[in-house]
Design a protein around this ligand. Structure first.
Ligand code: COA
Length: 406
């Protein structure tokens, strides 16, 4: 016999009516930060093509975190504040150094090491337990500043190099994008590299109630702190169905290149590889999207920039010319569209573009974090400022009620 109260039963039947697997199509809250409705991607009123063409990542970060387009004076101040926060405390550097062997052997992966580093940052942040708007903004700027430094130092440790920019978190004269590349490699990037990374950061910065942002909001909705909510966001982003897809898309292309051979790119051999993948119902990473069924707005923007870089690039990532990788990527895209009517999402050109730039594959999703931290922090602050606990119901599918004593 059911012991559920009448009120609980009513809530249950309402829930059953609204149930959608994976919350597909469900509006789970309100937000003034981003819109993916009506065939456009908009950050606080500005359309993504407009931002990718005319804005810098620092401007977009300000827009998302503060809520409006920065004036010249506001931007200078914001950049100055962020640059001043780039260096890491010795405890975080020591942790990263201690992970060298684990990272090099693959026992630890960069996304997890980044997550733990953010957790340590929380312990050290004087505002950690303060969820007020002012404290949240201060913490957002610190996280924005320090995440590229974590990624750079981590890569130095993996490469067995001494830490670059230990004292100041890089070169204070460099932009966010250029400093990230500098911290990873020790080389100041040429302008086209800086610009392509900058645009990719703009494209990745925000995407309404995606899985990681929603995770962050659920955590913030319990009135837990920003660092905890960001750690949850990083864990969610790591998954291959979400941010981890940029790494997996490139791994898949490497697999095709290996199996088919460079000489057979552009021939039916690639179609045959793809057909086998379709026959075994394999998910092809970097394709499909829960919201965009007719194509991801961001993908063509990044594809065009990455392809231009590949055409002029002298590097041979993975032992093949960058242009060959793009030729393979374009063939795979065409087959997916012709046979399955599934478009690439932004992670597909991102994988190709970062590979062209010589960025190590396991750092693609951490770089996504270096950008999405702005969206997460904006959402966490918005949730704290107008909170209601996020607590849905489930549709019970377990056994009927039984007596414990039989
Ligand atoms: N490769 C192969 N088939 C795919 C596919 C992909 N990447 N994405 C979707 N499909 C197929 C599904 O198998 C399903 O086919 P079916 O109806 O015959 O079963 C159909 O398209 C609908 O897909 P569905 O899984 O319902 O879409 P979703 O909205 O639940 O999934 C993703 C969205 C993103 C999880 C899914 O497209 C995916 O797993 N993509 C690969 C991972 C990825 O790139 N993630 C980054 C997203 S930005």
């Amino acid at each position: 016999m059911s012991t559920a109260s009448p009120a609980a039963s009513t809530a249950k039947s309402d829930a059953a009516a609204a149930f959608a697997r994976g919350l597909e199509g469900i509006v789970a809250g309100e937000s003034a930060i981003c819109s993916v409705e009506q065939g456009k991607l908009i950050y606080r009123g500005y359309e993504i093509h407009d931002l990718a063409e005319h804005a810098t990542f620092e401007q977009v970060a300000f827009l998302l975190l503060v809520g409006h387009k920065p004036s010249e004076h506001e931007l200078v101040k914001f950049k100055h504040e962020v640059v001043a926060e780039r260096a890491l405390a010795s405890q975080v550097v020591a942790f990263l150094e201690s992970m060298g062997g684990y990272l090099a052997s693959g026992r630890a992966v960069p996304m997890d090491v980044l997550r733990t580093s953010v957790s340590i940052l929380g312990h050290l942040d004087p505002d950690c337990q303060d969820n007020s708007p002012a404290a949240n903004l201060r913490k957002s700027k610190r996280l924005l500043a320090k995440i590229p430094t974590i990624i750079g130092h981590m890569q130095n440790v993996i490469d067995g190099k001494s830490i670059i920019g230990r004292e100041h978190g890089g070169d204070p004269t460099l932009s966010h994008a250029a400093n990230l590349l500098y911290l990873m490699t020790g080389h100041k990037p040429a302008h086209p590299y800086e610009r392509v990374l900058d645009v990719s950061l703009i494209l990745y910065a925000e995407h309404d109630f995606n899985a990681s942002t929603f995770t962050s909001r659920v955590i913030a909705g319990t009135l837990s702190d920003m660092h905890g909510a960001v750690c949850g966001g990083i864990a969610a982003l790591k998954g291959p169905l979400h941010g981890g897809a940029n790494e997996m898309a490139m791994e898949m292309l490497k697999e095709i290149m290996h199996d088919v051979g460079e000489a057979k790119i552009g021939t039916a051999a690639v179609d045959e590889w793809m057909q086998k993948a379709f026959d075994t119902k394999r998910k092809l990473m970097g394709f499909g999207h829960r919201v965009y069924k007719n194509g991801d707005h961001r993908a063509p923007i990044l594809h065009k920039l990455g392809r231009t870089l590949a055409e002029t690039d002298q590097k041979n990532p993975g032992g093949h010319s960058a242009a060959k990788w793009f030729a393979l990527g374009e063939q795979v895209q065409k087959i997916m569209l012709d046979k399955k009517n599934i478009h690439p999402n932004v992670d597909f050109p991102c994988g190709l573009t970062y590979f062209t730039m010589g960025i190590p594959v396991p750092q693609y999703t951490p770089i996504f974090v270096a950008s999405r931290i702005t969206g997460w922090c904006a959402h966490i602050s918005e949730q704290h400022a107008n909170n209601r606990l996020i607590r849905p119901l489930s549709a019970y599918t377990g056994p009927a009620e039984k007596n414990w004593l039989g």
